[in-house]
Design a protein around this ligand. Structure first.
Ligand code: PAF
Length: 284
């Protein structure tokens, strides 16, 4: 496995793969890899001739400086895992390699057609601008045939689908397919996340109530309206000491607009467990 740190070298390797007509699978990550990432990499390895993984804590998508500073980083550990999974190339640039000073200090402008006005977009202004900025740049560089994203970050996945699909950009990334992959959970039900590293064992136990409640809510949905289920999820989670819901919204799986009923609906939740912000979701 090769670790690449410059765009120039990355382009050279990508070009060599293209010349040999190798299909490229790509998994963008911010490192601190866990079994959720591993599931994406395994799939990318099995469905393509070569697999590229990026490990880059993207500063432009953090609207909270403390969150950026505390984001766990361990490239050696990540590289060992990626090698064991069969990835061929890891792209791990510095922020200076990815962005000019001006880009680092201005918000990337992008028209989300409303997809950023709800949930994570509403709570973390500018977050998705940074995500689209880095993901589009990575797509231009890696030129993948397939790119893999976890469904835990459901709104991110919907926005990236839209970015690749929208007519103005159609064809820009070739025939790139965006593949959404299921959430990977600990045995306890807790959705795997790099942020879980910041939870104590007791907090991890408390946080399992998030998934338990979401699962219960599927039963509640049989005899209640969308707003009743939303309220019951919020009340149930907030009643647990150590958890505080930031939002729970049941929305259409494609448009992310508030759902009128449960067909094609997904509930997305953000919960603070102590200082750690956790997200999860449940399809109805
Ligand atoms: O989901 C993530 O880890 C990040 O948002 C991504 C897609 C790698 C962009 O930095």
């Amino acid at each position: 496995m090769q670790i690449i740190t410059t765009k120039q070298e990355l382009l050279r390797q990508v070009e060599a793969c293209k010349q040999q007509s190798k299909t490229i699978g790509f998994v963008p990550t911010m490192g601190a890899l866990h079994e959720g990432h591993a599931s994406l990499v395994r799939r990318a390895v099995s469905e393509n001739n070569v697999c590229f993984v990026s490990v880059f804590v993207n500063p432009t998508q953090f609207n909270n400086k403390e969150d950026l500073a505390k984001y766990p980083r361990d490239l050696n550990r990540d590289a060992k895992l990626l090698e064991s999974l069969g990835a061929q190339y890891v792209f791990a640039p510095t922020p200076e390699e990815m962005y000019s000073a001006e880009e680092m200090n201005t918000t990337f402008s992008y028209d989300f057609e409303g997809l950023d006005q709800v949930m994570e977009g509403k709570m973390r202004p500018g977050h998705f601008n940074g995500v689209v900025q880095v993901v589009s740049r990575l797509f231009y560089l890696v030129q993948p045939d397939k790119a893999y994203f976890g469904e835990k970050d459901y709104q991110q996945l919907a926005i990236i689908h839209q970015m690749v699909e929208r007519s103005a950009l159609k064809g820009t990334f070739g025939d790139l397919q965006i593949i959404g992959c299921p959430i990977v959970r600990a045995e306890s039900g807790l959705a795997l996340s790099s942020r879980n590293e910041r939870l104590s064992e007791a907090e991890k136990e408390t946080a399992t109530n998030i998934y338990k409640t979401l699962k219960e809510s599927v039963k509640w949905a049989k005899n209640a309206s969308v707003s009743e289920v939303e309220q019951r999820v919020v009340d149930t989670i907030n009643a647990i000491e150590g958890l505080e819901v930031e939002y729970y919204e049941i929305v259409d799986q494609t448009t992310l607009l508030p759902a009128k009923d449960f067909s094609h609906a997904i509930g997305c939740v953000t919960v603070y467990c102590g200082p750690v912000r956790l997200i999860d979701n449940m399809k109805y």
